[in-house]
Every structure is written in C-alpha cells, then in structure tokens.
Write a protein that binds this ligand. Structure first.
Ligand code: NIG
Ligand code: FE
Length: 411
C-alpha cells in the first residue's frame, strides 16, 4: 500500500542520511524541499524530492498538499501523562500567592498526585491517560516518553508502568517508559529518605527491570527531593540493571547534578532553568542531550532555560513538554516550539530541530523517528494552508494541523 503526497509547499527536516543529533552550530539550518512530494510505502518513508522529479511515480493513494507544510511529527522526550485527577486547586493557590515550593511543603504537589493515583484503579488510570495520549497525538506528537513517579510505592509505580505498557500495545505512536521512582520522598519516609532510596535500589529497580517495564531511570535531583549522593546511587543501580539514565536537574537550584548525570552517561538532562557556566562546560564534553521544558517555565512563572546560551556554546538542545498535573498541564508541542521561540529567543529552525531530531535522540528513538529520511517511520504532520513554516511558532494560539499520520495511517 503506497501513499504519495504531492504539491507540498515546504517539506521540512529532510535528511538524506540519518543524523543522531544536531549540535548548536547546525541547528540554524533546517533542510527543506519546496514544491515537494513524499512517498510512503505502508508505514515507511521511501522517497521524496521536488515535484519536477515526481512525474513517473505511481501510488495507491494520492494526497494533494497544495499550500501545506509537511514535517515529521514531534518527538516529546519528557512527559508524565499517566496521572490521576488534576491539581487545578494548586494552580489557584499559586495565583493567590503560594509558591510551588510552599504547596509541596504542605503535602501538596507530587504527594497530592501520588495519593490520588494510589486510590485510582488501573483501568481508570488507563482511561484518563489514554485520553491525554489521544489528544497529544492529534496535536502532532508521534513519539513520546512517559515516566512513572506518581506512585511512590512499589505497587503504585508498577501500576503506572503497566498502564504505560498497555498504552504501548493500544496506540500506534512510539512510546518509551521511564522509571522515576525518586520523584519525591513519600510521607512514610519523611524522616528516613535513605530508607526510601534503599527501597528504590533494592526492590523497585530490580523488579521493574526484571519485568521489562522501563527503559530509562530518572531522578528528581533537587533540594528537598534527592541530593547528589541519592541521585548517583539510583543511577548506578539503574545502570547495573540495564536502565539508561535521564534526569530532572537544575530546575530550581544548580549544585552539580548535571555532572552526576554526565558522569553516569545520562542520555538527557532535563529542565536546566538554572545553569552555571561550569554546567555548560561539563555538557560540552558529553553525549548527553540538554532538554528544555518551556511550558513548565510558562506555567510556574520560573526562569526559562537559557537555550540561546546552550546553543551558542555549540551544544545541541531538545525541547519537550513535561506534560504533568503540577507544573505543566499541557502536552501541546506546538505551544512548546512557539514558547521556545518567543521566550528563549531561538529561531523557528532551531526550535523545530530541537523538537524533532534532537527530541528523538533524547528518548533513544532517532533511528526511526525525527526526520524525513528513507527507512524511517511515516510519522508526519500536514499543516493547514499557511504562508511558511515560521508561521507555526509565530501564530501561537491557533491549531495549524490539518492531518497527522502515524505509521503511514491518518489518525
Ligand atoms: O518535571 N520537577 C519535577 N517533576 C515534575 C513536576 C511534578 C509535579 O508537580 O507534579 C516536572 O516539572
Ligand atoms: Fe518532568
């Protein structure tokens, strides 16, 4: 079954060869073909070029994309979309003057979500999460990483990870799972954080690895959560069980977490709202992808990751949503790229590179997703009629998506 898309106004992120990631130096370039065609066989991209070269191509289905831009679907490398209920009351509390930290200190925040999740049945949790996943897919996300971390007990963490497994079985988009057992210290371990880290290292990691419920290990490395020693211990235990590190770090404080991530071969270090020059130096000598989460900064009114500085230092950058009930109740990657352009002063080319190829790298799926390359999955966004691709981040409030194709099928 072949599908031919013709008369594409601009075909974005076209790469003849697979590139694992794009460094800051090259992020300004977004390769495009104007007046293009794209040929898909079953679920795979098999050809592309200009309309002048499309004359003799035949296909089972032909789609006319006159006036439309075509690009790879977003690769959202950092989300927490499996959660129970919402936290709109905390949102109102913050408007009324409480900080995110105040709310966490009085037992709200992550602990609030954990309580809700523990009381929610697995089927109900699945339904709530599936709804969110369906929504983000319609917004153009074609590969997504999903973390546990609202369980805080072994049973509840396993429940979350089983829900992710079920989502993988029932949805066509690419999903990777991350064990984020060290997301917050549960009430029962309030005065015994080490006991909780013991539980993670001795029970949770081995069980999750044995049942192959996660590919990555994550830690919220932050003051009041998990320190450098906890982080290193958990990452090493994860690695020993075949899990790959990806960490939450430098969201509110910079105290060396990035170095711990890099030394433990983290695939990505995420958040980075607060960065030292020494953190940038550490990243320069690594294969670790820095990941910015601009919707989180927007929602919490905290600083934006200094993306310009990272890119100008020659580092690659990925953009992700951080979709979660507390700091980012949105998984809209279109908003993420707009916000990155508007608030972090990165160009549309840089933002699109960050949300496609570099996002794919940050979740370890770059071999099959993130660019228009022969052999990669046919996961594409077809926009409505727009003047040019820069219009996508520019007109930030509108939905520019006409159709989303995942594995060669329109959803
Ligand atoms: O990535 N920073 C830690 N974890 C989440 C937020 C968790 C929550 O508030 O529920 C984040 O922003
Ligand atoms: Fe997060």
């Amino acid at each position: 079954m072949t599908t031919l898309i013709i008369n594409i106004k601009e075909l974005l992120q076209v790469r003849e060869n697979h590139i694992p990631k794009i460094s800051g130096r090259d992020m300004k370039q977004l390769p495009i073909i104007k007046d293009a065609y794209l040929l898909i066989d079953d679920d795979t991209i098999v050809g592309f070029g200009t309309m002048a070269d499309c004359k003799k191509i035949e296909a089972d289905t032909i789609i006319d994309a006159t006036g439309k831009v075509v690009l790879p679907t977003w690769c959202d490398s950092h989300t927490h979309i499996v959660y129970a209920g919402n936290r709109e009351q905390e949102f109102v509390d913050r408007i009324n003057g409480f900080s995110y930290e105040d709310i966490a200190n009085r037992g709200g925040g992550i602990l609030n979500s954990a309580e809700k999740l523990q009381q929610t049945s697995e089927d109900d949790l699945y339904e709530q999460s599936a709804n969110r996943l369906q929504q983000v897919m319609q917004l153009g996300t074609g590969a997504i990483e999903i973390k546990s971390g609202y369980g805080l007990t072994i049973e509840a963490e396993l429940k979350m990870l089983r829900v992710i497994k079920r989502l993988k079985q029932n949805f066509p988009l690419k999903i990777e799972a991350t064990l984020l057992a060290a997301h917050a210290v549960p009430k029962e371990f309030k005065d015994n954080k080490e006991g909780f880290v013991d539980l993670i290292v001795n029970d949770m990691i081995p069980t999750v690895a044995n049942e192959q419920l996660a590919k990555y290990i994550d830690v919220f490395c932050e003051k009041g959560y998990f320190d450098l020693i906890d982080t290193e211990r958990i990452l090493k235990a994860g690695t020993a069980h075949g899990l790959i590190p990806k960490i939450h770090v430098n969201q509110f404080n910079a105290f060396g977490g990035i170095e711990i991530g890099v030394n433990n071969q983290a695939l990505s270090v995420d958040h980075l709202e607060v960065l030292n020059d020494s953190d940038i130096e550490v990243l320069k000598n690594s294969e670790t992808m820095p990941v910015a989460l601009p919707s989180c900064s927007y929602f919490l009114s905290i600083p934006y990751t200094p993306a310009r500085k990272l890119i100008d230092a020659g580092l690659p950058l990925a953009l992700a949503s951080d979709y979660n009930p507390g700091s980012t109740p949105s998984g809209n990657m279109n908003f993420v790229i707009s916000t990155a352009c508007i608030k972090m002063r990165i160009t549309p080319e840089e933002a699109i590179n960050a949300a496609t190829i570099n996002g794919a790298y940050a979740m370890g799926v770059g071999n099959m997703y993130g660019s228009i390359t022969r052999g990669k999955k046919a996961n594409i966004i077809i926009t409505k009629d727009i003047p040019s691709y820069a219009f996508l981040p520019y007109a930030f409030g509108s939905n520019h998506i006409y159709k989303v194709m995942i594995n060669g099928q329109f959803i």
